[in-house]
Ligand binder design. Sequence first.
Ligand code: BGC
Length: 409
Amino acid sequence: MNSVFPKGFYWGASAASYQVEGGIENTDWAKAAREGRVPACGRACDHYHLYEGDFDIAQSLGHNAHRLSVEWARIEPKEGVFDHEAIAHYRKVLAAVRARGLTPMITVWHFTLPLWFSERGGFECNDAPQIFARYAGVVARELGDLCKHFSTMNEPIVYASNGWLRGSWPPFKRFTLTNFVSITNSNRKHEARADTGIHGLFLFLRVRRHLAQAHNMAYIAMKKERSALDIGLVKHVIFFEGNGNPWNKLKAWIANYQWTHHFMQVTYRYCDSIGLNYYFHKKFGDTATYAKTDMDWDIYPEGIYGAIKMLSRYKRPIYVTEAGVADANDAFRADYIQRQIDGTRRALREGIDVRSHMYWSLLDNYEWALGFEKRFGLVAINYETLERTIRPSAYVYTTIIKKEQGLIE
Ligand code: BGC
């Protein structure tokens, strides 16, 4: 078969440190859990100790890449103090990824903040971009010989929206008129306790500005350490579109600008490539009904094509860094994966430079404010015994990969 997926295309799965490692207690999320504001993460999948077996599974499934994040609170547990044991740990993790023929991709920061940073104001503070860039520079220096692909941050707009508009994530600030902004991983129980008012909106705008500066400065700091690295950021793209009605088209244009283009326009010059996380689309004026995932999100995996097209205007290689589905019964995951890959194929056929498909997630994990109930993994986790069980859909993904690589008919 002649595949449109280029040779060297990365096929694999993603994960994030706090969601799988376990044993991380010095973050804003761990503090929020101690205060009863979000579910406790505890030992999670104990991936911190069991990573080798987990990478064995990824290898056995035919993956050739793995995306992971490093935990800022482990690497910089006190302001300006870098922990060499933590760095040594991540060097071992990266060596284990590489030893199995997987190419690593690192996210420098995936949502959780070191406690010291969040307690001094986190990304609300004017010097947050400098502080973040210093940390990112250290990561590039210490790990950049073992990994080429880095993203500075994961989903800055999801992070800022959930923290300062919805109030469902730390630091639980909520803009009074936020109900119309429906974002991922919300939990109304937590939102009800948020600190509500008009200030949420102003703080959101400030945090968003600081996040863009933080990315740009981190890019410069990382390049200074190692100029050959491929550095970008990971953008969560909601594919908004409208039906034929001009008003709905205008709504989609505004939503796409606010959710995606505003941030990309101020950061893409500091991106060698762009990571895309795709989970859902929204069509204004749509009368169709959709089956729902366990997150209650519409099932519309082919929308990834529209999301890729949206990012293609920045003329950078695109890595699909997350695309996946919560499906505890594994009833529709295989079909979902197939349809997403078909969406990516369509973009490749049009000449768009897409370089990876990283399923979210390798393992079931801590789904933020929703705890452990949602099951995104190719591999099921029994949280009592830590037993890993490969789901049937994971093998379907393997077959797709092998076919596209020309290894089977
Ligand atoms: C995030 C992950 C999260 C996943 C599913 C993405 O927004 O990067 O951390 O678990 O979506 O909600």
